[in-house]
Design a protein around this ligand. Structure first.
Ligand SMILES: [Ca+2]
Ligand SMILES: [Ca+2]
Length: 126
């Protein structure tokens, strides 16, 4: 009967989720913000930040490894991802909705511009 088949399937799925959480190393997983040097999620992965890893969810992109180089982004968090053109969450910004995947930040006029980022509960660009 179908009910007996569903139970193990759910158990396996829960196990996978727990395993991913336990390792903490799953790239681009739920809760992660990932920034790449090149278009379409390629090149150096300069930022792979797990939501909640810092108190204010504010991240400084390294001046040498990432500033003015970021071209694609995945926001796998439940928050708005804000990219700033200057260090310290300042300057021109672009706001990407929860779950946003942007293969080319040029679509937002923001290719090779980000120097810092933050996660926010509401859209600060609205
Ligand atoms: Ca680039
Ligand atoms: Ca920076």
């Amino acid at each position: 009967m179908s009910m007996t088949k569903r139970v193990p399937a759910v158990t396996v799925l829960a196990g996978l989720v727990l395993a991913a959480t336990a390792t903490g190393a799953a790239a681009e997983g739920p809760g992660d913000v990932t920034l790449w040097e090149d278009y379409s999620y390629t090149g150096s992965k300069y930022i792979d930040y797990a939501q909640g890893s810092s108190d204010a969810d504010e991240v400084e992109i390294h001046w040498w490894d990432g500033d003015n180089e970021i071209s694609s982004v995945k926001n796998m968090t439940g928050k708005w991802l804000v990219l700033y053109a200057d260090d310290g969450q300042r300057g021109k910004k672009v706001c990407l909705r929860p779950g946003a995947m942007v293969a080319n930040l040029g679509w937002y006029g923001f290719n090779d511009q980000a120097e810092s980022l933050a996660l926010r509960d509401t859209n600060p660009c609205a």
